[in-house]
Design a protein around this ligand. Sequence first.
Ligand code: PLP
Length: 390
Amino acid sequence: MIPYGRQDISESDIAAVEAVLRSDFLTQGPAIPRFEKAMAEYCGVAHAVAVNSATSALHIACRALGLGAGGRLWTSPNTFVASANCARYCGAEVDFVDIDPETLNMSVAALQTKLEQAEREGTLPDIVVPVHFAGQPCDMAAIAELAKRYDFAVIEDASHAVGAQYRQERTGACTYSEITVFSFHPVKIMTTGEGGLLFTRRADLHEQLGLLRSHGITRDTAKMTGPSQGDWYYEQLDLGYNYRITDMQAALGFSQMSRLDEFLARRRDRVARYDEVFRDWPISLQKQPDWAQSAHHLYPIRIDPQRCGKNRAEVFAALRATGIGVNVHYIPVHTQPYYRALGFAAGDFPEAERYYAEAISLPMFSAMTEAQQDFVIESLAEALEVSTHA
Ligand SMILES: *Cc1c(COP(=O)(O)O)cnc(C)c1O
């Protein structure tokens, strides 16, 4: 089976994890700040906080920004459920903004229209979470302008976009957002097994995120409400969690990071090969605006049955039957039973639903060989009955 995505682990990654296992600290040790500092430098941002998943990262991002009961968070329906669930953990309401059918990211025009209506109704969001779908940055400058006008905070869900660039800056620079979140799940661009990272420019958010990651506890006497009672003493200042990453994971992340540019280059190379072959095929591809450089986490294609003569399910089944582990990203979040029970219904966000009905993610990972990719292309050609020798 050729998977749609998978990790790329080297001997030096294994050695880095092994070195931690032989050291004094398996958690709360030196590998974590080293990884955070390296990632922050790579992205050109002041602060980074590593945690045990992007889901945890999104949760404490919302908490640090003060989201609570009665609050409102908006995100894209074309995402993994975690982008929305973070608001529910805080007791806040979720709503969605439909996607642009070409970029497959949250539509800035739809966001503006929804904000105008929410302003009239007094239901403006506290937080908007743009998701850089498939690794392609959203138009952050336009979103930041709306954030200023309508006074909401922005959390970038950059789980797919590790190493992406927006207008000459790395995603993670937080020029247009309060907080940016990465995921290091094995199918993503680089991995720590499970893991996530938050970036911010703001020292106050950095401090709050550090507290929330570890029970809300501080050992820093400067931050205590009163004098320290001794070297054993700590204070719990807020209700935090245990969302810590381990040193084994952070060491793996640090080692993976040294190959991040190589991973990205290989993905770009694979994308260029797919793009070249598919140019005259009846499938449509995600539009790549020239102001962004995608990290290419996914390679999504659209199967329009009118143009392809076959529907998505048929093409999906044909590819799976040949041993290709294609996948579908995403089932629109608002159509999940949990969100339907909150009042959402099919038809609420038609572009995301139309996209879902046509979507297939082809295999895309840095270790994919040309031979594997050729097999994917041949199998898709057969499924769609197009000639590869045209
Ligand atoms: C993978 C993913 C997450 C969750 O990441 P974890 O590290 O698995 O918690 C959140 N949002 C998006 C868009 C993702 O793809």
